[in-house]
Design a protein around this ligand. Structure first.
Ligand code: ATP
Ligand code: MG
Length: 471
């Protein structure tokens, strides 16, 4: 497989000689630069597989160049050449990640063998990258479960959209899985070999955020001792995930728009514009349309971002996802906590269905995690879920000695007491009408029946002018 080689040397004779050797004897594409700066620019534009560089050059030495190349593209192979070959420099170069080191003058054979090895190595790197990508994407989509029509459609669209370069915006309430979608899109994209870079736009004050995103040059502000690369540069050839985009300040919205339109940006305090090669994925739980009306979000940015859009419905609108999700989390937390819980009892599942989940999938996940910790049998039961309060026993519970009893027993009793109080009040309000009571509580009629039986409550006591039937 032929690749791309860049030769850098301030001596043009050497450039021409090497170029001729490599063009004659190999089928790689060969480019030359006599100045390290322009070499870097060319490399940034489109990375080479192999860079052969002189060690001693004015302005920037070969070791510095090696460093810079490696930050742009860690997988690049670099061969250093020098007339002043010393062991120390060779060791330093190899330690910094150079592929090899040759001393001038060299024989034709020597350079051809070294270049051959470097290009073989590149082929392996490429293959690894492909494997890694295949693996990562499998993990990424496997991490997401769902069987509702809405989620199936989302999975399908992730597969379609991922290989393109289009900007993606993901909306949905908190905890619906926006970050997971972002990871899956990146994981299935051509950029998957590199890590996705994430920033939360709500987390930092505007000026910090700007230098975090775009980097800064030395002296841009007090404390800027040296140039600093921003996340946009870090996401080179990868994906930049802008979480909570709705919280981005107006100034930064403008700069982001420029990045999206022009593919350009300026570090804080810098004059030269930088080119960016990245894909942007944004997420928000804001209603951006409303933010536009309120003039806090730029409309033009909205349309730029909204090229490919995913909306994750709240969990309460896709309850058919609950069983799969619940089992997914059960397996996860049973493994983490080393417990042999294999099932979720039908009544526990029913209880899950009766929840509204304002915190969406994250809330379900937390619930199951807590349940797994409390559960002592091989199936998760309703009582393990602690659905009726925030995880502690009901405040001011009647049994004053509750806390001196074994946990399991105390918990069962506390829950039973709560059920009695809750159902009692429910039936009182509905005048003993079970269907109406179930509707008010948002649970199935059969489920209410079962709870009543467990709590020893009968509806009769609440009909007519009867008072409280609770014990
Ligand atoms: N479809 C799903 N399958 C498996 N796990 C999921 C799914 N959706 C969400 N989760 C899990 O729920 C939790 C919340 O998901 P995530 O962080 O992606 O939500 P989010 O929409 O980004 O929330 P926020 O707006 O609060 O940042 C994570 O632990 C995630 O792994
Ligand atoms: Mg998130």
């Amino acid at each position: 497989m032929s690749g791309r080689i860049l030769i850098v040397d301030d001596e043009t004779d050497m450039l021409q000689l090497l170029e001729r050797i490599l063009s004659d004897e190999t089928d790689h594409a060969v480019a030359t630069r006599s100045d390290p700066e322009t070499a870097l620019a060319a490399f940034r534009e489109c990375p080479f597989d192999l860079v052969i560089t002189d060690l001693k050059m004015p302005k920037m030495g070969g070791i510095r160049l090696l460093d810079e190349l490696k930050t742009i593209h860690p997988d690049v192979s670099v061969i250093l050449m020098t007339a002043y070959g010393t062991i120390e420099t060779a060791v330093e170069a190899i330690r910094k990640g150079a592929f090899d080191y040759i001393t001038k003058p060299f024989r034709r054979e020597r350079i051809l063998v070294t270049v051959g090895k470097a290009m073989e190595w590149q082929a392996i790197v490429r293959e690894n990258r492909t494997l890694r990508r295949a693996l990562a994407s499998k993990e990424d989509l496997d991490a997401m479960v769902g069987s509702s029509a809405a989620m199936k459609e989302i999975f399908e669209r992730i597969r379609q959209v991922a290989p393109t370069n289009g900007t993606v915006t993901i909306t949905g309430e908190s905890g619906t899985g926006k970050e997971l979608v972002a990871r899956a899109v990146h994981g299935l994209s051509r950029r998957a070999a590199r890590q996705m870079v994430t920033i939360n736009c709500a987390a930092l004050p505007e000026n910090v955020m700007e230098s975090e995103l775009f980097g800064h040059v030395k002296g841009a502000f007090t404390g800027a001792w040296q140039d600093k690369k921003g996340l946009v540069a870090e996401a080179h050839q990868s994906t930049l995930f802008l979480d909570e985009i709705g919280d981005l300040s107006p100034t930064l919205q403008t700069k982001l728009l420029r990045l999206l339109q022009e593919g350009e940006y300026k570090p804080v305090g810098g004059v030269a514009t930088q080119k960016a090669d990245l894909r942007i994925i944004a997420a928000t739980n804001h209603d951006l349309k409303a933010d536009i009306e309120a003039k806090i979000f730029r409309e033009d940015l909205y349309y730029r971002l909204n090229v490919l859009r995913f909306h994750l419905p709240p969990l309460r609108e896709r309850k058919s996802d609950i069983p799969r999700l619940a089992y997914h989390f059960l397996r996860k937390y049973a493994a983490i906590n080393d417990k042999a819980i294999r099932e979720i009892s039908p009544s526990a599942m029913e209880a899950l269905f009766s929840q509204d989940f304002p915190g969406n999938v994250r809330e379900l996940e937390n619930l199951i995690e807590r349940g797994v910790i409390f559960c002592r049998a091989d199936a998760l039961e309703v009582r393990d879920l602690w659905l009726d309060n925030d995880g502690g026993p009901p405040p001011g519970d009647a049994s004053s000695d509750l806390y001196s009893r074994p946990f399991r027993e105390a918990k069962d009793e506390a829950i039973l007491n709560f059920h009695r109080r809750y159902i009692g009040r429910l039936l009182q309000n509905s005048g003993g009408n079970i269907s109406r009571a179930a509707e008010t509580a948002g649970i199935q009629r059969q489920y209410l029946h079962r709870l009543m039986k467990e709590a020893g409550i009968e509806a009769e006591g609440f009909r007519g002018d009867a008072g409280s039937g609770t014990s």
